[in-house]
Ligand binder design. Structure first.
Ligand code: ADP
Length: 151
C-alpha cells in the first residue's frame, strides 16, 4: 500500500487545500489528512472537532481519504499510519523557506520519510485560511474560497 500524509492546520479547509488533497488522492492508495490538534495551536479559530468535521464532509466523495488528528510530531503519525511520503502544497516563494526548513527537520527525524510538494493550482495560489478568516470577519463573500459546509 502506498500511503501519503497531508498535514496542516486547515483552519478552515479551503478549496486550495481540497485541490491538493484531490490531486494527491489520485496518486496514492490511501491518503491521511492530519489535522493539527488544538493543544498545539492555541490560536485556532475553529476547534479540532470542527476542523476535522469540515474536512470529513468535504472529502466524503473521495473513498481513499481519511482524516485524523495530529497530536504530536508529523513523523510519528506518518509512522503510525504507514505513510512513506508527506505531501504539501506550495503556493509561492514565501511558502518555500518555511517548507524547506520543515522538510529538512523531518528528514533528520526520519530519513525514510520523503516530503513531496504539489504546486498550487494558479487559481488558488493566493488562497490561505487566514485570508478567508479575514474576509469573513468583515462580511466579505467566501463562497468561492471554501466548501459549502465551511461557508
Ligand atoms: P495555511 O494555514 O497556510 O492556509 P495549512 O497549515 O492549513 O495552511 O496548510 C496545509 C498545507 O496546505 C500546506 O502544505 C500548505 O502549503 C498547503 N496549502 C494551503 N493553502 C493552499 C493553496 N491555496 N494551494 C495549495 N496548497 C495550499
Amino acid at each position: 500500500m502506498n500511503v501519503a500524509l497531508c498535514p496542516g492546520s486547515y483552519d478552515p479547509v479551503t478549496v486550495g487545500h481540497l485541490d491538493i488533497i484531490t490531486r494527491c488522492s489520485a496518486m496514492f492508495d490511501d491518503l491521511v489528512v492530519g489535522v493539527v490538534d488544538d493543544s498545539f495551536r492555541k490560536t485556532s479559530l475553529f476547534t479540532t472537532d470542527e476542523r476535522v468535521f469540515f474536512l470529513e464532509e468535504s472529502t466524503k466523495h473521495l473513498p481513499n481519504v481519511r482524516v485524523m488528528v495530529l497530536k504530536g510530531l508529523v513523523v510519528t503519525l506518518a509512522r503510525e499510519v504507514g505513510a512513506h511520503v508527506l505531501v504539501k502544497g506550495l503556493r509561492a516563494v514565501t511558502d518555500f523557506e518555511y517548507e524547506f526548513q520543515m522538510a529538512q527537520l523531518n528528514r533528520k527525524l526520519d530519513p525514510d520519510l520523503e516530503t513531496m510538494y504539489l504546486m498550487a493550482s494558479p487559481e488558488y495560489s493566493f488562497l490561505s485560511s487566514s485570508g478567508v478568516q479575514e474576509i469573513a470577519k468583515y462580511g466579505g463573500g467566501i463562497s468561492d474560497l471554501v466548501p459549502e459546509v465551511v461557508e
